[in-house]
Ligand binder design. Structure first.
Ligand code: HDE
Length: 757
């Protein structure tokens, strides 16, 4: 029961070589298993590998997890039998109480309380899905602080380096419904709830640092325009339609953001490989009462990586749960994802020193102007026990801040502070903070009472303040109460915005200029795809105009593709500036890694067992996840092995028909004359290699497979190596003659292939 049924299990008997191709390998390779070290594995490279299967880890326990255990039941406790919701034991939950005569069924009796309860509970299982960010999944974890930020804030969570603060994080897409696909082009939500000693603090962020609009009152418009169109409810979870792009043109303030959503950032490879941003401008106040403006940033340990669009499209059909499964599996296997936590801080006195308004959520604070100070680490280390009561019922509110952290006058943030609280009331009810997943780990007490589904029983004579008993008085500031910063306010009431809010193109150009050539190409093609799906010429022609304000070449290429008039003149002089940290290339890990990447090893009968076992060991030692893909899932026999023998053979994890290249990061084909002769005739195998090549994935081959890969990819110039020498060409790594140490080198070269950088 430790794993849900949709997660692949190790196949075959424990101990069989090749039978443990789940993430359990990572556990072993990381040395979490007392019996196995990386050195052990490397010693047997080239020989026969024998892993022990390991039970999935259940995850780390935190103060929050302990708190939840008091309301958690387990269907596998071995002692429970069925009762009704009101506690009466039931002996039959399969047949409705009926009027029966002579063994013939009569009508069901409405008097049956058990049947009514069961049906009635089922009828009411659904609650409204989130109005945005409906599709998502999440996990528990911990936040630790490596460097105190006491110079700028008094918040315990950001100053006490001895603390471990429990967190729950939910990742999501914005536009799609709960059942939509994970890999659509969209912004990803990155919402973190810190259960701090001083109350809950929520950073309800995204994986993109800016937003479409500047003022919260525009939120219903931007979301209506992006969601399915109101008459036909088409398209689901897509921005590729007239209304979305109509909105973008009508709102020049959206320009910077749509450039990000057309970039690779909007199709992440994994939630574990994306950044997170608080987006809005918050404030930090220190013990001296000094205030700073602040932005929050999460940067993943594994680097920032994306799918290519063709993969994203295919995976949406092949595995709509691609991202949630990836997160679940990584945590389940003990490969806990980690992010660095950074802050950008501007002292209050410098608020107006920039040529953009620092309260404008359509602008980044370029790192050259405001460096990021990385002070903490987020680690996700426990999967939820139940999706509904934890992931669906978690309620994030931007207004949840703790002493030392506050809001700015960012007009998007201020509106959000109203909206999240309000939406939880319609989704979960007024007592939503009492739901187990939302309860703080510190004491909660006040005179708020009643309301639908109140759980807490508060004893006592009074429910108001002040009262004659002095019962439950306000907390004194010196005892840790939240103190509002005495910000000065002067002015008139008006529906307007500061002047700097009216410049919209400069940072859109800065973003575009900062991208690498291939990122630029992806962005151009993304616009080509999206605007091709708009059939209203007004929409795509206007968008070409807007692009000509950013970059003439970009506008021209898109115009050619989508059928708009090709502009001849830029609509605005370019500033040609670049900034660091905008291209995701800037986040490649300092040491290339393939940790947690999934590598398909394709075999048929007669495969070379030395190459097969050697590459598996080398991959596992590098923290990657080898999956054996056979021409069938029944056992496959190595060259020299007797077919049907009791001890030999490898049970593949999948067969060629069950999986696709798109679901893996890389592919390796061991040699073996007979195996390659079979694969050469197998269209699925040829397509697999060819498609992986087209998606810029690292490909490895040994012996006879080298020629097979060459033919499949149609690379006439691909180099061969004649000895243990490893040769790379276009991300394809080949070793013609297998030598044990060559595998480690091959894996190192694969790490350098584009897909992993
Ligand atoms: Fe949200 N947003 N939002 N949003 N948002 C919601 O709250 C809203 C915005 C974000 O995993 C809703 O609980 C307004 C920016 C995430 O449960 C709702 C505005 C950013 C999530 C809401 C914004 C976000 C939400 C719907 C414009 C990035 C999912 C369900 C002022 C910083 C949280 C819910 C989860 C969810 C309102 C703009 C991120 C309706 C009014 C900017 C990650 O309250």
């Amino acid at each position: 029961p430790a794993r849900p049924s949709n997660i692949p299990k190790p196949t075959g008997a424990p101990g069989d070589p090749g039978t443990t191709t789940t993430l359990n390998h990572v556990l072993d390779m990381k040395g979490n298993s007392p019996n196995r070290t990386i050195a052990d594995v490397m010693d047997i490279v080239g020989g026969i590998l024998c892993y022990e299967t390991k039970e999935a880890v259940s995850g780390e326990r935190s103060k929050k997890v302990e708190q939840l255990s008091s309301v958690t039941k387990d269907v596998h406790d071995g002692n429970s039998t069925i009762t009704s919701d009101y506690g009466v034991k039931q002996h039959n939950t399969d047949e409705w109480l009926k009027a029966v005569t002579d063994d013939k069924n009569g009508p069901l009796l409405l008097e049956d309380p058990f049947a009514r309860e069961k049906i009635m509970r089922f009828d009411h299982e659904r609650i409204p899905e989130r109005v945005v960010h409906a599709r998502g999944a999440g996990a528990f974890g911990k936040f630790t602080l490596q460097e105190s930020a006491a110079d700028v804030t008094s918040a315990g969570v950001l100053t006490d380096t001895s603390r471990e603060t429990p967190v729950f994080v939910r990742f999501s897409t914005v536009l799609g419904s709960r059942g939509s696909a994970d890999t659509v082009r969209d912004v990803r939500g990155f919402a973190v709830k810190f259960y701090t000693e001083e109350g809950n603090w929520d950073i309800v962020g995204n994986n993109i640092p800016v937003f479409f609009i500047q003022d919260a009152i525009k939120f219903p418009d931007v979301i209506h325009a992006g969601k399915p169109e109101p008459d036909c409810e088409i398209p689901q979870a897509q921005s590729a339609h007239n209304n979305f792009w109509d909105f973008q043109y009508m709102h020049p303030e959206a320009t910077h953001m749509f450039m990000w959503t057309m970039s690779d950032r909007a199709i992440p490879r994994s939630w574990r490989m994306q950044q997170g941003f608080g987006v809005n401008t918050f404030t930090l106040t220190n013990d001296k009462g000094e205030r700073h403006f602040c932005k929050f940033i999460w940067t993943p340990e594994l680097g920032v990586h994306s799918l290519v669009w063709d993969e994203a499209l295919k995976i949406a059909g092949q595995d709509p749960d691609f991202h949630r499964k990836d997160l679940w599996q990584a945590i389940d296997s003990g490969s806990y994802p980690k992010w660095k936590f950074g802050i950008q801080v501007i002292p209050e006195a410098k608020e107006h020193d920039f040529d953009f308004d620092i309260l404008d959520a359509t602008k980044v604070w370029p790192e050259e102007l405001v460096p990021i100070r990385y002070i903490g680490t987020l680690e996700l280390n426990r999967n939820p026990d139940e999706f509904f009561s934890q992931v669906e019922q978690i309620a994030f509110c931007t207004s949840h801040v703790v002493p030392g952290i506050g809001f700015s006058d960012d007009p998007l943030l201020q509106g959000r502070n109203f909206s999240y609280f309000d939406t939880q009331i319609s989704r979960l009810g007024v007592n939503f903070e009492e739901l187990p997943i939302n309860r703080p780990v510190c004491p909660v007490m006040n005179h708020n009472r009643d309301g639908s589904m109140r759980h807490t029983i508060t004893k006592g004579k009074v429910n108001y303040w002040p009262n004659r008993y002095s019962a439950v008085p306000p907390t004194k500031p010196e005892d840790g109460a939240y103190v509002d910063y005495p910000a000065k306010i002067a002015g008139i009431k008006a529906r307007t915005q500061s002047k700097k809010f009216r410049e919209h193109i400069s940072q859109a150009e800065l973003f575009y200029n900062s991208l690498s050539p291939h990122e630029k190409l992806h962005l151009t093609n993304a616009l080509g795809f999206e605007l091709d799906h708009c059939d209203d010429h007004v929409v795509y022609e206007r968008m070409v105009d807007r692009l000509a304000e950013i970059d003439l070449t970009l506008a021209q290429s898109v115009a050619e593709m989508v059928g708009g008039g090709v502009p001849q003149k830029a609509k605005r002089p370019k500033h040609n500036k670049k900034a660091k940290g905008l291209s995701q290339v800037d986040y490649a890990p300092s040491t290339p890694t393939i940790a947690t990447r999934m590598v398909a090893i394709i075999i048929a009968d007669g495969y070379d067992p030395i190459a097969y076992n050697g590459i598996r060991a080398a991959l596992s030692a590098a923290g990657a996840l080898p999956f054996t893909i056979g021409v069938r899932r029944n056992k496959i026999w190595a060259a020299g092995e007797e077919k049907g023998s009791k001890t030999g053979g490898v049970q593949p994890d999948h067969h060629l028909e069950g999986m696709r290249s798109t679901l893996f990061d890389s592919v390796f084909i061991p040699g073996g004359a007979q195996s390659i002769a079979t694969l050469r005739k197998n269209g699925r195998a040829v397509h697999w290699v060819r498609e992986a090549f087209g998606h810029l994935k690292a490909i490895g081959a040994t012996g006879e497979a080298v020629q097979f890969v060459r033919e499949a990819c149609d690379i006439p110039g691909m180099q061969f190596s004649t000895s243990a020498e490893v040769v790379e060409s276009y991300g394809v790594v080949t070793v013609a003659e297998v030598q044990p140490h060559g595998f480690k080198e091959a894996v190192n070269m694969m790490k350098g292939a584009k897909d992993f950088l």
